[in-house]
Design a binder for this molecule. Structure first.
Ligand code: GDP
Length: 196
C-alpha cells in the first residue's frame, strides 16, 4: 500500500536514551547541519508549513523528535550539528545523545541533508561515517537546489558523492524544500525503505 505522507503525528522528544522508542517500527533518521534546511525538508515531505520547526532555537539542539508516518515508520528528526553558538556543555550533550542513538541499533535508514551549493563539511563527513558504521543504507538530500544554476548541479552532486564516499546502494537526491524539486523522487525512495 502506498504511504500516506500526509498522515503524520508528533509522538515525543527524547533528551536521553531512556526515551528512545523501541517498538520495532522502522526508524528513518534525518540528520543535517544546523540551518541546512532539515526542518524545511521534513515539512515539504509531510506537506505541512510548520510541522518540524523551521529556524528552531539553538536551545533545542539536544533532543531527538519522533514523528509517526502513516503508522508505518518513525521519521526521526535528529538534532542539527555545527551550530557555532552552542556551549561546550550543549555540544557534549548532543554528542552523548547521538552516540547512544547511533549505537542503539534502532536506525533502519539514514537520511542526511546537505547543502547542494557546497562541498560537504568535515562534520558532514563524520555524520556520513556514523551512518556507515550502523550498516544502514543512506539517502543524501542535497537541499537548496534552487540556489544553483543548472550548469552547477551535476558537478556539485559529483563533489557531494565523492566527499561523502557514498557506497553502492546509497542514494543522492537533488532537492529544494523551498520550491519542491526532488520531492517525488525522495518520497519514492522513502516509500521503498518502508516496504523493504
Ligand atoms: P534546519 O536548521 O536545518 O532545520 O533548517 P531550516 O529548515 O530551519 O532552514 C534554514 C533556512 O534555510 C531557513 O531560512 C529556510 O527558509 C532556508 N531554506 C531551507 N530549505 C531551503 C531551500 O530549499 N531553498 C532555499 N533557498 N532556502 C531554504
Amino acid at each position: 500500500m502506498p504511504i500516506n505522507f500526509n498522515r503524520v503525528e508528533f509522538i515525543r522528544s527524547a533528551a536521553s536514551p531512556k526515551d528512545f522508542l523501541r517498538d520495532g517500527l522502522p526508524q528513518l533518521a534525518f540528520a543535517g547541519r544546523s540551518n541546512v534546511g532539515k526542518s524545511s525538508v521534513i515539512n515539504r515531505i509531510v506537506n505541512r508549513k510548520n510541522f518540524a520547526r523551521v529556524g528552531a532555537s539553538p536551545g533545542k539542539t539536544s533532543q531527538i523528535n519522533y514523528f509517526l508516518l502513516d503508522e508505518r515508520a518513525y521519521l526521526v528528526d535528529l538534532p542539527g550539528y555545527g551550530y557555532a553558538k552552542v556551549s561546550k556543555a550543549e555540544r557534549d550533550r548532543w554528542g552523548r545523545l547521538m552516540e547512544a542513538y547511533f549505537a542503539s541499533g534502532l536506525i533502519s535508514w539514514g537520511v542526511m541533508i546537505v547543502d547542494a551549493r557546497h562541498k560537504p563539511t568535515a562534520d558532514d563527513v563524520t555524520m556520513a561515517e556514523w551512518f556507515y558504521d550502523t550498516g544502514c543504507p543512506l539517502i543524501v538530500v542535497a537541499n537548496k537546489l534552487d540556489k544553483l544554476k543548472k550548469s552547477q548541479i551535476e558537478p556539485n552532486l559529483a563533489v557531494i558523492r565523492e566527499t561523502l564516499s557514498l557506497r553502492d546502494g546509497d542514494r543522492l537526491v537533488a532537492f529544494s524544500a523551498e520550491k519542491g524539486d526532488g520531492k517525488e523522487q525522495l518520497l519514492a525512495l522513502l516509500e521503498r525503505t518502508m516496504e523493504a
